[in-house]
Design a protein around this ligand. Sequence first.
Ligand SMILES: [Zn+2]
Length: 508
Amino acid sequence: MKRMRSARPLTFVAVTTAAAVVMVGIGSPALAKDRGPDTAPLREAVSADNIVKHLEALQAIADANGGNRAAGTSGYEASAQYIEDQLRAAGYDPVRQPFSYDQFGVNGANFEQVSPNQSVYVDGTDFITMSYSGSGDVTAAVTAVDINLTGDRASTSGCEAEDFAAYPAGTIALLQRGTCDFGTKVANAVAAGAAGAIVFNQGNDVPGDDRFGVLNGTLGTVQSTIPAVGTSFAIGEALAGIAGLTARVAVDATLTTIQSFNILADTGGRAKRTVVVGAHLDSVDVGPGINDNGTGSAAILETAIQLAETGEDARNLVRFAFWGGEEDGLVGSDYYVSQLNKRDLRNTEVNLNFDMVGSPNFARFVYDGDGSAFGDVGPEGSDVVEQVFLEYFASQGLATVPTAFDGRSDYFGFINAGIPAGGLFTGAEGIKTEEEAALFGGTAGEPYDPCYHQACDTTGNVDTTVLEQMADAIAHSTLVFGEYKHAITRLDPTEYGLMPFKADHSMK
Ligand SMILES: [Zn+2]
């Protein structure tokens, strides 16, 4: 971003402090401490009203393009042009990073109990084809693989080769969610000679995560050689209890090569401490994707616009990234990380990810970077990102709850490459708990987003109160990491960037 003249400057507490240092520097090194930027001006400028204007534009684009903005469609192309036009108008020079991949599609699927009882399951209600399932029509005996229906239902079903010791080849594997990803379970089943796979939800309690309903999962980005469906815990448990069970699993799937791209827009500043602020721009193919993820991409767009308005570069290069192909398996962000050479990886200081930040029945989720709540620990520094968000929301008197680093959004490629990450989320198909309803309002027992991945995910499916709160936190975090001088592992989240909120008694 080229420097622009005559725009309102960013105010830095550090500047004030520096001035104080100049005046009284000799006696008190404490005052020299860089306490970070005052993020209030940027937070005020990044408003829900402006973001809603972007959402309305994305809605109009979906309406004019078959009702969606999915990867490889005219709806995505038009969304990209809108983002690029806004960025250029703000002084950025956005570039497209093209990539192609095989997109999975289902023409039809069947799942039935054949014997001893006849029972036909309903597609989309009782089961959903795993994405990247193979094609095939198999009727065979069902073999349960290391499932656990008792107690906490801790499950490593299908994760270890020994789970398939003496596995009868040609049968359909019955697998339970848990520990390893679905792709690993089904690949192990294929290696053991399974002809088909049924993966059922785990049936354990994880706050904010639906571990009982019908699984809507993926096997990754490589198509399996066998048909595989996901189903609910109740159906899995029932099947496991039937002696001599024979079932039918039939999937007619296609792979279509998709050409898509990410949009990258950089500020000025130090490339050796690049801050990647990302959100996916694509929607699912059944709806306009306004909450998922119009809200995230519009919020980082508005942050980019208002940051440019300040007319000053941040200390560090901030790269605003609009990912493509997220709904097909994090394709764009994974591709971006895969193209980073050693030096690029070293120069990528942190990734901030924002996916669904306006859920109607919201919870304020912060990714659990230190794994204190869910055990999935991110690379060193992810704990700092989490703390920066927690300190910020605490300074605003806003409660938050942790959400697992479970790899369901675009930070996954970064943490897998050892790059610290974090971000925000307001909930998808998960069910709000009583405790969360007490903290955030809304309705317990209902999904955070009742229109998740549906046609009704329109501009009417966004809560602008939480959108404003999340947008402020996005602006705050972008500036905090954009300004931090050292490696983020040295950042003190209890202080840096929080000065306006914490009266610093020593200054008086
Ligand atoms: Zn999403």
